[in-house]
Ligand binder design. Structure first.
Ligand code: DX5
Ligand code: ZN
Length: 225
């Protein structure tokens, strides 16, 4: 049995938002009770896609009061930490696969005034967190190979979430555990039972006509209402 004391947080992924009408989507996220906004930063090297940088984060920040949960899918993230914090990133999560001196990087994020997180690709084992989990506020488990929205959830991620939760309880119970990729009303409850306390969701919520209702429905499904 896993323990999970934190209230569930939802972090809609702006990767699936309508950037031509971003204000409308950001307002709908707030109206639907989103807790954070997940911002996917891709560089065309760490992942085979390009998205956005600090310039867009700054624009998003002007349009919302929700905390910005920035997921850096980039090589050499250290070179951009200050720019993202200056642009308004509240949380910065870096891939363990992309960083050579992870302790230095998470320390730097905290020094800059943001909350650090680390993220594991699907094929990266949980043991990669062992020495760093005590130093972060968030662990993100990828449940798809990063790079694109709308991919199918990898089922073995549920067991991985369970094992990450056990590690967090042992080493840093205040740390949040987030899941990203293919999260929907169909798997949300199972993920929460396994120990997730933050759900990132892009396609499943933004593909609905009524975004605010989709976010409320996801929360209801996740907590079993
Ligand atoms: C994938 C991104 C995810 C993505 C999730 O590389 O990190 O945040 O936007 O989108 P869905 O929920 O559509 O899988
Ligand atoms: Zn993401």
């Amino acid at each position: 049995m896993t323990t999970n004391h934190n209230p569930l947080l939802l972090s809609p992924s702006l990767l699936s938002a309508d950037f031509a009408d971003l204000r409308r989507d950001l307002d709908a996220c707030a109206a639907g009770g989103a807790d954070w906004l997940h911002v996917d930063v891709m560089d065309g090297h760490f992942v085979p896609n390009l998205t956005l940088g600090p310039f867009i984060v700054k624009q998003v920040k002007r349009l919302t009061r929700l905390p910005l949960d920035c997921h850096l899918m980039i090589e050499r993230p250290d070179e951009f930490l200050e720019a993202f914090v200056d642009a308004g990133a509240d949380r910065i999560t870096v891939h363990v696969e992309a960083v050579r001196h992870l302790h230095r990087t998470v320390t730097r994020i905290r020094e800059l005034g943001a909350l650090p997180g680390v993220v594991l690709n699907p094929a990266t084992p949980v043991v990669a967190l062992e020495e760093i989990v005590a130093h972060v506020d968030l662990v993100l488990v990828m449940s798809v190979n990063p790079g694109f929205g709308g991919q199918a959830f990898i089922p073995q991620s549920v067991d991985k979430v369970r094992r990450v939760r056990e590690l967090i309880e042992r080493k840093n119970p205040g740390c949040r555990l987030s899941v990203d990729g293919g999260v929907s009303a169909a798997n949300a409850a199972e993920l929460v039972r396994a120990g997730a306390d933050v759900l990132v969701s892009g396609n499943a919520v933004f593909s609905q006509d009524d975004l605010a209702t989709a976010i409320r429905d996801l929360r209801a499904a996740a907590v079993g209402e």
